[in-house]
Design a protein around this ligand. Sequence first.
Ligand SMILES: C[S@@+](CC[C@H](N)C(=O)[O-])C[C@H]1O[C@@H](n2cnc3c(N)ncnc32)[C@H](O)[C@@H]1O
Length: 274
Amino acid sequence: MVPDDPLHIYELEGPLSDPERFFRESFLAHWREGDSHFLFFSEPQEDTLKIFLKKYPDLTWVRTHSMTYKDWQGGELLESWSIGKLFFIAPWMPRPKDSENIVIRMDPGVVFGSGHHPTTRDSLQALLWIYDRDRPRKVLDLGTGTGILSLAAVSLGAEEVLAVDWNPACVRTANNNVDLNDLNKKIKILEGRAEAYLHQPADLVLANLHFSVIKELIKNKSFFEKRWVVLSGLMRSEFLEVKQGLKVPGFEFIKEWDSEFTWFTLVGRNRGRL
Ligand SMILES: C[S@@+](CC[C@H](N)C(=O)[O-])C[C@H]1O[C@@H](n2cnc3c(N)ncnc32)[C@H](O)[C@@H]1O
C-alpha cells in the first residue's frame, strides 16, 4: 500500500466468521477483538454492507472510519529503517546503491509486523544475536503477520522457512512481501494455527504470539526439540511464568530483551542439538 491509499473501515459488533467469503471486491482484511470486528476495504462498501447485514441480523454496524493508509499508521510511515545489518524499505522506495546492509522490502498493509512494535523489533534483535553465533537452516515462523521475521531469517542465512498465520489477510500480506523480495523458493506461507505446526522439524522456532498461545506451545514436547526458540509478545508476569516453564532437562533459557519493562522477548535453546 502507498501513503495516500484510502482505507474504509467498518466496525461491527456481534457474531461473525469468515467475512472474506462474502466480500471480495476491494476487501483487505478482517480484524477481530472479541465480538468487535473491523472490516478493511480499499473502496466504500456501504451498499454491500447493508445487504450483508440483512443476512446477519445479529450483527450491528457500530461505526465507519475513513482515512488514508498513512493516517492508519499514526500519520507516520517509515519509508526506511534499520536494525543491525537489516535495512527495511517501503516498496515505493528506490533500492539504496552500494549498501553494506541487507535490504528487505516490506509492505505491512494493515496487518501486524510493520517493525514498529517492540515485540517485532526485539524478535529481530534475537534473530541477529542467534545468527551471529549459529546458522539455523530450517525455521518455523508461528504467527508470521507480515512475514517480517521469515524475511529477516532468510536474509541472515536460513535456507527454508515455513511460516503460519491463522488470519488470511496476514497470509496474503506475507506472500506479497515474499514476492517483493523474490524469496518464494525459500519461504512458504500457510494459513493455519500455530499449535498445529509446532511438530514440524526446524532448527529455530519464532513465536511472537499472545501468551495464551505460547502457554500451549510450551506444553508440547516438540517445542523443546528445536535447537533455538525465540518467544515474544509477553508481558512481565507472563514472561516470568514462561521462563519457569522452560525449565526442562537439556533445555536452557539464554537471553532476554525487554522494552521499557513492558514487552519481553526471550531466546532458549536445546543444548543437545547444538
Ligand atoms: C504479534 S503478531 C506477530 C507478527 C510478526 N511475527 C511480528 O513479529 O511482527 C501475531 C500474529 O500471529 C497470528 N496469530 C495469533 N494467534 C495465532 C494462532 N494461534 N495460530 C496462528 N496464528 C496466530 C496473528 O494473526 C498475528 O498475525
